[in-house]
Write a protein that binds this ligand. Structure first.
Ligand SMILES: [Zn+2]
Length: 1003
């Protein structure tokens, strides 16, 4: 059976039934599958004799009138000022009064009192916690409410993800998890029709593309640049059609998008929560302060005003806010009255009709008016809520958490793959009971817009990290079980999570150990390994027994300084490993020579250049800084220097600069950053595996410029911190590349790790920008890469986590690495971003990597796409001590064949006992690669080496609908949109249905 992938940058999900690995009697299993009807059970419950949920459950509107859709809602952050569990229970109300369990208790109770009432719920992480604690009776009651459309889920992901700092694969996972719970629990009526990102601080185009591919009919949000909003209000363009991909054929990535009128708050004077002070409706004329006339008049005034800035005779009002509805009676009692009294005015000639509604009911009315809508092609970054208030600091806030989240995604994908490849033994095996669920949930929570964004309180950030670590511990058992099963060796497996600072007790002390390298990519990888050791010479052999070239070099001073007693290796053992697709390879390491540590062998003077067969890098002898980069294959050279600087964060002491830099906001008080050092002290290491120039800029900034023998990328490993604050100045530290590339005010950044968008200095594609912050207003999120280019040269930087960056001068690209701030920026978090820890009481030290490549623009993607993949899904390295048993299987691949370079294996995950979720994506954007931006064909049947497929069903991206049942509302774009050329030669995926082995393959 052949599945064709026709779409550049498209991805599809498939669920396929599998036969287990051979030892599980496949034929019996197969028959069981077939006869028991497991195969026939849809994972997405198809509409049944369904009641009246969804669009059918909407209240009638009045055609000739202004219809005001009141949407009762609560915004429940999955961690922010309190941890997710504290929020659920209502613990630590001294920090913030908020208890989600009471909200759901109270709302259900109030919905039952009046069938007209409506409520939407958004964050499945909370709903799931609450649902588990309910009685059968209560669960049935809630199902009834959902079936009748009185309680409706919108968005429905585990959380409401951040859009600037998340990676698409983790967003898809967290959406899938939330939507699956809703589907499993409520079926058809639990499927959200509307995506709802009312709080994230700017909006990514890739998110809109994903929502479209997940089957959503529309999308609503609250935050956008104040200038953009003002223009859209005047032009009545607050609702639009977002064309969210340059690669997918419309309308695949088209998403109707609406901007809410008050962020997500109620109109002024109409907040009836226990957390608000607005007057209740006092409607007994016999009592004091009767105010119905006043309330109705104010409401009509607001409604008429709002109607002026929207296009139709339907308007929406969000009646709720953060953690509201804990005592829902207050809201509903007053909303009931508001509706009654405002609508009573119709008999006196009022043409305003108020109703309980939901975002999907509102959306349905917009669809019915059958208008054309303005097209939007770029994104909503950066977000500013005032002239000097750009929310571009959080692109970098908490850089250590951002890296930990990213590497946890890599762990999770590996864990899920090994759960499939290992079969049941992975979850219960020689090392005990393991699972991937714990890490799935921890990762899903970490996508929240106050989690990986870095905008939570310190104790909450610690909780996210603790949850990730706990999830990984559960996965380690699973991984050990599977690797033991696949290799036939039950030797205890050791995980070293501090290899980046050369800490690994096993390799530091063992005379003989083996290194297992698991590669989660669907193509082979070659990867440099760097292990902390105390010997001076080692012999290494690969899985075939062949000797592998290795080198021992001294641990750098910078590394020794950040270990803080967690390791004592004096040397690092370097060698290059190869690992097969979706599989592992094992290397054996033996100590040859113990003796004293090898003397540090830095060359006395810097060489003017280091090079391998692909790249040549030169350094300025006087300054020790980079001076040029050449691609030896394409024979191109650019001048290139790099250095570290810091912006002085505005601190509010200056009367003119009231807005301060904080967790959210970046506001330097001068546009010129301070240089940390004009020169770097350097030492050089050169051997057959790697060439390194170690640069030392100051006691808190150092870097290794590293060129591995087989690499097409130059690695800049930066180490920054503790950022000094003894001078009482908040600092925002950047790495800046300055090149001879003529970039003409333009640079490029990726969106959530996927498609790339063009950015132009002091410019926005959809309105005439009045730039008020020359630096912060030119910063954009960089999730995985950024580049500058001219006709000849493209310099691309691949990052290892989300960061913020900009191109302030032509030829220049700066990326913010670390922030240490002394003041809160008054956006709610209430703490300065000033991270310390037990190990680093004087401030966090952060280490990371930038990978640089230089190519002709037409070839650049061929390098940066696979490179970024290798960073996102990096090999998992595990160790076993001592000699391996001779029968140990040293190499394994879960694939029968390597996937074509354009195809990325995005997801392999156990769905239920007999079903696996598979996602393949075309990873090249239309036109970015001559060679790879082409349709490709994949043979799914011959994909896996240990699994036999019984059948395949194609799903939408979030795996909560069959692809062929996915119908979305269609929207018309205004004609005459300029400059929108979609050159993609793509077609809608065309699948072939074949029959093999007497079983149907349904694609
Ligand atoms: Zn929020």
């Amino acid at each position: 059976m052949i599945g064709k992938i026709h779409k550049q940058m498209s991805h599809d999900s498939w669920l396929f039934s599998k036969m287990a690995t051979p030892e599980y009697t496949p034929f019996v299993f197969l028959l069981l599958l077939f006869q028991s009807g497991v195969w026939g059970v849809p994972v997405c419950q198809t509409p049944q004799e369904s009641p009246t949920c969804g669009y059918k459950s909407c209240h009638a509107t009045k055609p000739g009138m202004l219809n005001v859709h009141l949407v009762p809602h609560t915004h429940d952050d999955v961690g922010w000022l309190k941890t997710v569990d504290q929020y659920f229970y209502g613990d630590r109300n001294d920090i913030q009064h908020a208890g989600v369990q009471y909200i759901l208790d109270s709302v259900v109770d109030q919905l039952l009192k009046n069938p007209d009432r409506r409520f939407i719920y958004v964050e499945t992480a909370f709903f799931y916690r609450w649902w588990k604690q309910q009685t059968d009776d209560m669960q049935n009651t809630v199902k009834q409410l959902v079936n009748e459309g009185r309680l409706e889920f919108v968005n429905g992901g585990w959380c409401m993800s951040d859009e600037a700092t998340t990676h698409y694969s983790a967003v898809i996972d967290q959406m899938t998890m939330g939507l699956r719970f809703l589907n499993d629990t409520f079926g058809h009526c639990g499927r959200p029709r509307v995506a709802w990102h009312i709080d994230p601080f700017g909006h990514a185009r890739e998110h809109a593309s994903m929502f479209a591919q997940m089957g959503y009919d529309g999308f609503f949000f609250g935050r956008l640049d104040y200038q953009d909003r003002n223009r859209r209000m005047v032009a009545r363009e607050q609702e639009m059609l977002w064309r969210a991909s340059e690669s997918l054929t419309p309308p695949m990535a088209d998403l109707f998008t609406g901007i809410l009128p008050n962020g997500y708050n109620p109109p002024e004077g109409f907040c009836w929560d226990q957390s608000c002070d607005d007057p209740p409706i006092r409607d007994d004329p016999d009592l004091e302060d009767y105010n119905v006339d006043d309330v109705v008049t104010r409401f009509l005034h607001i409604a008429h005003g709002q109607a002026l800035v929207y296009k139709t005779n339907h308007i929406i009002m969000t009646m709720g806010s953060d953690f509201q509805y804990e005592n829902a009676n207050l809201w509903y009692k007053n909303l009931d009255k508001l509706i009654r009294y405002v609508n009573q005015m119709q008999s006196n000639g009022s043409e305003v009709n108020v109703l309980y509604s939901t975002p999907s009911c509102y959306l349905q009315e917009l669809h019915r008016v059958n208008l054309t809508w303005p097209l939007k092609g770029d994104d909503f970054f950066p977000y500013a809520d005032s002239a000097h208030d750009f929310w571009t600091g959080y692109f970098t806030s908490r850089p250590a958490l951002k890296r930990y989240e990213r590497i946890s995604n890599s762990y999770l994908q590996t864990c899920k793959q090994l759960e499939v490849l290992g079969g049941p033994i992975s979850r219960k095996g020689p090392f005990g009971a393991g699972d991937s669920e714990t890490l799935k949930k921890a990762m899903a929570v970490a996508q929240h817009h106050d989690a990986v964004s870095g905008t939570e309180k310190q104790h909450v950030a610690n909780d996210y990290a603790r949850k990730l670590a706990n999830g990984w511990a559960h996965c380690q058992v699973l991984v050990s079980n599977t690797l033991s099963s696949l290799s036939g060796s039950s030797a205890p497996r050791v995980y070293c999570e501090h290899l980046n600072i050369s800490v690994c007790p096993l390799t530091e002390t063992s005379k003989k150990f083996s290194v297992n390298v698991y590669n989660p990519l669907a193509r082979p990888v070659s990867w440099p390994v760097r292990l902390p050791v105390n010997g001076t010479a080692y012999s290494i052999s690969d899985a075939k027994g062949k000797a592998v070239d290795s080198q021992v070099v001294p641990v750098s001073q910078a590394t020794a300084a950040v270990r803080r007693g967690r390791g004592y290796a004096v040397n690092e053992l370097l060698f290059q490993v190869q690992a097969p697709p979706l599989g592992y390879s094992t290397y054996s390491v033996s100590l040859l020579q113990n003796g004293p540590p090898s003397p540090p062998s830095p060359l006395p003077r810097a060489p003017t250049a280091v090079q391998n067969k692909f790249l040549r890098v030169t350094f300025d002898r006087e300054t020790g800084l980079l001076s040029s980069l050449s691609n030896l294959e394409t024979q191109q050279t650019v001048k290139l220097s790099q250095n570290f600087y810091w912006y002085n964060a505005s601190d509010g002491n200056n009367s003119e600069s009231i807005q301060m830099s904080g967790a959210y906001i970046f506001r330097p008080n001068t546009s010129t950053p301070f240089i940390i050092s004009k020169t770097a002290k350097i030492e050089t290491l050169q051997n057959s595996v790697v060439q390194e120039v170690r640069q030392w800029f100051s006691p808190w900034v150092s870097q290794v410029v590293r060129l591995y023998t087989d690499s097409r990328a130059l690695e800049l490993e930066w180490t920054v911190g503790p950022v000094p604050i003894g001078d009482d100045l908040g600092k925002e530290v950047i790495s800046r590349l300055d090149s001879s590339i003529n970039s003409s005010g333009v640079f490029y950044t990726d969106s959530n790790g996927r498609e790339v968008l063009q950015r132009r200095k002091d410019y926005r594609p959809t309105w005439n920008l009045r730039q008020s912050e020359p630096i912060a207003g030119n910063y954009y999120p960089i999730n995985s890469r950024a580049y500058i280019k001219d006709d000849k040269d493209q310099l691309t930087v691949v990052t290892d986590r989300s960061q913020g960056g900009g191109s302030i001068q032509d030829g220049s690209l700066e990326i913010m690495l670390h922030r240490r701030l002394l003041y809160d920026d008054v956006r709610g978090v209430g703490e300065p971003l000033n991270e310390t820890s037990d190990i680093y009481p004087e401030g966090l030290v952060v280490r990371g990597r930038h990978l640089l490549s230089l190519s002709p623009p037409a070839m650049a993607a061929d390098t940066h796409r696979p490179l970024a993949q290798e960073v996102v899904l990096q090999p998992l390295i595990t160790f076993t001590d001592g000699e391996l048993h001779p029968s140990t299987r040293l190499e394994f691949s879960g694939l029968q064949a390597v996937l074509p370079p354009a195809v990325h294996l995005l997801t392999v995950s156990q769905w239920d006992q007999d079903t696996v979720l598979l996602r393949l994506e075309h990873q090249y954007q239309a036109s970015e690669s001559k060679e790879h931006s082409q349709p490709v064909t994949v043979n799914l049947q011959k994909l896996f080496s240990t699994l036999d497929m019984l059948g395949v069903s194609e799903m939408n991206l979030s795996a909560n609908q069959w692809k062929d049942e996915m119908t979305r509302l269609d929207w018309k774009a205004e004609s005459g949109e300029k400059g929108r050329h979609y050159k993609c030669p793509c077609q809608i995926t065309n699948h072939t249905v074949t029959q093999t082995l007497g079983l149907y393959f349904v694609i």
